[in-house]
Write a protein that binds this ligand. Structure first.
Ligand code: GTP
Ligand code: MG
Ligand code: ZN
Length: 418
């Protein structure tokens, strides 16, 4: 993320706050971030707050540096990020909705792009009632974080949603359907800490019940143990089963390719047309209609986070996770691997390989096996990059320490009493 790509929007004031000038934002973004503030506040419970958050809040507050506690201590209240635009956030809380920016001290602690607040995050804010804004003083440790590799050659992680309990992996039962892609989404979801659930949309486009059953079965074998919900937002088919999953206080993030019907689903669940939707192209591909992520409250008390369609679903090894999502998403293969003859079996040519045997016996799809190996390579590659980055940071820190030490020695020699 380039934090400086719109420098004219931000400037620091004397108190070290980031000032964001809304007037220079594009019109659509202004409208999004300035969505009409709620007439009254939200109960924290309605935003997903529970006892564990309450404990996390106390722990976080107790660990505040003294100077920060002195400056903000009594005014701090929890809030949940509903919308983010660069470094300006719309935060929901007991006092309603307010625009908030991180304090200078909070920014200094945000070393990685993924440390910045993200939609779904619980943050500590100090309201500035006279300005109608708030200062973000810190981000509570996340319970889950859905991230992927940024598109293109860069290896950085892009955070998509914080603190989702459920990741709804949305794909349509039309041209988009691709079990190999579902596997990827599932690995990311398991990595995130959220529970994946597969939603197969546009059931009304599938006339034959046998065909619908095939889609469902294929999705189930792509992610063993994952629940699969075939639905149609247009006819309402399957929607009540999905509704039942979305319990009050539960946060769900919608992820999937463009055009699969994420926003249509969000609108069907809210009973409004708050999210813009658009017909897919001739070839069935979406038009990337949704351009921002937003946390919305559903009438039944659940929270839903709609996201822009993803073009690429690259894995990341954020914060030390190194592929447990892969093991989860490919439980069947990992189980087989346990009975390979060699412990370091690469499952590609070895005699006594239980995986290759399962393929020969027709019990395992060869393309699923290829997909597993490919993802394994991607995780290894990302892990190496992360290690390399850590090594460079370590080296850099050492260099700085040596420099400081030498400077200190020089200084002492200069002032040595003769
Ligand atoms: N027939 C049918 N069409 C649907 C259904 N759900 C969505 N669609 C259509 O699919 C198209 C794309 O829907 P969107 O909701 O905009 O898709 P999206 O996943 O939000 O796409 P992005 O915002 O670009 O990521 C629209 O024309 C919808 O009307 C459904 O259940 N049945
Ligand atoms: Mg959309
Ligand atoms: Zn093997």
């Amino acid at each position: 993320m380039n934090h400086n790509d719109q420098p004219q929007v931000y400037h620091l004031d004397k108190q070290d706050k980031v000032e964001v000038d809304i007037n220079v934002m594009p019109q659509a973004e202004q409208e999004n971030i300035l969505a009409p503030p709620a007439a009254q506040g939200f109960s924290l419970e309605s935003l997903g707050w529970d006892e564990r958050w309450s404990e996390a809040w106390t722990t976080w507050k107790d660990a505040l540096p003294e100077a920060v506690a002195r400056r903000f201590g009594n005014s701090l209240v929890p809030g949940r990020v509903a919308f983010a635009h660069k470094h300006l956030y719309r935060v929901m809380g007991e006092g309603g909705e307010s625009l908030a920016e991180p304090s200078g001290q909070a920014r200094a602690a945000m070393l990685e792009p993924s440390d910045w607040p993200c939609v779904g995050d619980w943050v500590a804010i100090a309201p500035r009632p006279d300005e109608g804004r708030a200062t973000i003083v810190g981000v509570l440790p996340r319970r889950s974080l859905f991230a992927r590799k940024v598109a293109g050659d860069r290896r950085d992680a892009q955070v998509v949603a914080a603190n989702a309990d459920v990741a709804l992996l949305v794909t349509s039962m039309t041209q988009d359907f691709e079990p190999r892609r579902l596997e990827r989404y599932a690995a990311l979801a398991y990595d995130s800490g959220a529970t994946p659930v597969i939603v197969l949309t546009k059931a009304d486009q599938v006339a034959d019940p046998a065909e619908l059953a095939t889609f469902t079965a294929e999705a189930m074998s792509a992610v063993p143990g994952c629940e699969v919900y075939p639905v149609s937002a247009h006819t309402g088919e399957g929607m009540s089963a999905l509704q039942a999953l979305l319990a009050p206080g539960i946060t769900c993030v919608l992820v999937g390719s463009s055009g699969v019907g994420k926003s249509t689903l969000a609108n069907a669940l809210t009973g409004t047309a708050s999210m813009e939707t658009q017909a897919t192209r001739e070839d069935g591909k979406g038009r990337h209609t949704t351009t921002h992520r937003e946390l919305i409250l559903l009438p039944n008390g659940a929270l839903l986070l709609d996201t822009p369609g993803m073009r690429e679903v690259g894995v990341v090894t954020l914060g030390g996770n190194d592929g447990h999502g892969l093991s989860h998403a490919f439980e069947d293969i990992e189980r087989l691997a346990a009975s390979c003859r060699f412990q370091d079996c690469t499952h590609q040519h070895e005699p006594g390989c239980a995986i290759l045997q399962a393929i020969i016996d027709g019990e395992l799809d060869a393309s699923r096996h290829r997909s597993y190996l490919k993802l394994q390579r991607e995780y290894a590659y990302m892990k190496r990059s992360e290690d390399e980055k850590a090594r460079q940071q370590h080296q850099q820190a050492n260099k700085q320490r040596t420099k400081a030490y030498n400077a200190m020695l020089r200084d002492r020699r200069r002032h040595k009493p003769k």
